[in-house]
Design a protein around this ligand. Sequence first.
Ligand SMILES: Cc1ncc(COP(=O)(O)O)c(C=O)c1O
Length: 439
Amino acid sequence: MTAPDTFADTNVAAFSAEEAFARHLDAIDPLASQREAFHLPQAVDGGPAIYLCGNSLGLEPRAARTMVERELEDWARLGVEGHFQARTPWYSYHEVFRESGARLVGAVPGEVVMMNSLTVNLHLMMVSFFRPTKDRFRILIEDGAFPSDTYAVKSHLAARGLDPAEALLLLRPRVGEDTLRTDDIESTLATQGESIALVMLGGVNFFTGQVLDMERITRVAQAHGCTVGFDLAHAAGNVPLRLHDWNVDFACWCSYKYLNSGPGAIAGCFVHERHGRDPSVPRFAGWWGNDPDTRFKMHLIPDFTPRSGADGWQCSNPPILAMAPLRASLDLFDAVGMEALRAKSRVLTGYLEFLLREWMPDDCRIITPSDPGARGCQLSILVVPRDGSAPRERFKALEAHGVVCDFREPNVVRVAPVPLYNGFHEAWRFAQILANRPR
Ligand SMILES: Cc1ncc(COP(=O)(O)O)c(C=O)c1O
């Protein structure tokens, strides 16, 4: 075993399946202490569970409670005066995320707003950015898009009197392959681009964990005249993003997965500044998207004057108690930085992949790309039991051993070693359990 001194010296060829190597990686992990910032759910034996489910619901930052309690205290103390006198005035609470939200997705301040939940934001974005004409009326999504996105897209087609059979285009992997090829996406755009109004894809696919080449897809799609939006539910806080530089038109994400802001947490929305600056972009309006100078003129100035930037898409006043945990979470992201997180994530997921390839039963197969640049932290394991048992049984066996991960029908176990709170020995133990190797 050659033990690297830092992550920078760590490469797959030098990985070892020995337990001591896992412990060594934990010892040189510069982010190991971040785990202390989270509450870890317990396994049945009373020890911490092997929690590999940050792709579904991230863990609770210890500071989240303090943040929520602060607002509850201010509410108790101040009542309505809290709008302006709370320690963080509620009136402009969403502005707390102006810089940190932008840093997270590679935006410039003003391009990101935290509001609503993910599907709602997708709807609001499609109201603005799906503007079908007689010749350009299609929406391009992945065949394996998250169901909520598919429902949302189909409902927009229906609302504009379009038939999904004609107006919905689906991207599929080649026969015998699990993930999409950028070349194939480009070919679709080359042949169908003239009729596509909107390309709306998952930046990281929820099922396979594949990271799309968002920069290239945006460039090519826009060259064909399409508008481009991304669902970043599985990307935000997982992989580095440069939405502004990539010139993406809009993007939406939730904050309960890699952003650890709690079940149903407030979502994020990016609108490129070239749209944000344009008050003529049609939108569903509400008072919080209105210029604050005239917002309270109410019936005196009833016409909507949008605020500049993504803020101009807010409809309602922000839910303070739901937003407070996001502060605890983004403080951690700011303290650590996406670069350091990604550096650990590449080693951690690469290490888990290495162990799985060493030990995984031969009825299991990883469908996530093996190129570290084409995936985030999630690995999706396809299970096709040879003994005729149901794939879900394999997942239940993992649960029985204190593993928290998830199962997606019909036969995929998703595991996500999250660099903020997962460690290498945990990954090693998970691989042992999956391989059913007695300790
Ligand atoms: C990729 C993706 N899109 C959309 C959603 C729906 O999110 P919400 O219920 O917050 O609207 C999810 C939820 O997990 C998701 O993973």
